[in-house]
Design a protein around this ligand. Sequence first.
Ligand code: Z5A
Length: 209
Amino acid sequence: MTFVVVEGPEGAGKSTLVRWLGTTLRAAGREVLTVREPGGTPIAEAARKLALKSRHDRAFAAELFLFLAARADLVERVIRPALADGQIVIADRFGLSTIAYQVAGRGLPQADVEAALRIATGGLTPDLTIVLDIPVAVGRQRQQVAGKVKDRIEREDDAFHTRVREAYRSASGPGIIHIDASQSKKAVQDTAWRAVAATTGRALSLRGV
Ligand code: Z5A
């Protein structure tokens, strides 16, 4: 029914916001499915392990196709059925992550990646994409404080993560909004909520939740 994606660099607060939106929308009586990319099906979880945890060196194109394999399975087997069932689906990362990390970060050619992305998603695009913006150092510090073990991509240097951040900051198009994620959680949630309420087309009140 409505497909919402939360995007942004590491430590921006995506998972925190996805959890809060899910809880708040359910409290408002909506049926909600939250998913995290890569992952969410047995195939996608296996691809996640290979993409993020495996010690083996790989071609950047191989990394791309691991993320796309995960996405293809999640879209066909989980996201599309939930949307068809009338649910609101909120995803922690989607196609913009691939543009930010594999195109801006790794340097793969944008037009080719976009074509491959269309195959993986079957053309599914979000109704709303919330891009959280955070300076690289602040995101890293938040992850450190949270005790997160760095994955293969998080171990990349600051230049890589700065390219990723800039790709996110320059993202524009239908349904894409940007939020300064260095604000308090409440300020981020309030702005995100207004955008979600406008997109779902129903007056959702914050009172009582
Ligand atoms: N990847 C890719 O390369 N290509 C693709 O196509 C896809 C993914 C789909 C997935 O990692 C990796 O895969 C990712 C990109 C790559 N690697 N990197 N970088 P993941 O799923 O394990 O992790 P992540 O997506 O990077 O998320 P994260 O590091 O866990 O960050 P987050 O979800 O944005 O943040 P959080 O967990 O919600 O918050 C982090 C901490 O900050 C936590 O303690 C919160 O309480 C705190 N927080 C949150 N918001 C605030 C505010 N507003 N103020 C203060 N503190 C806050």
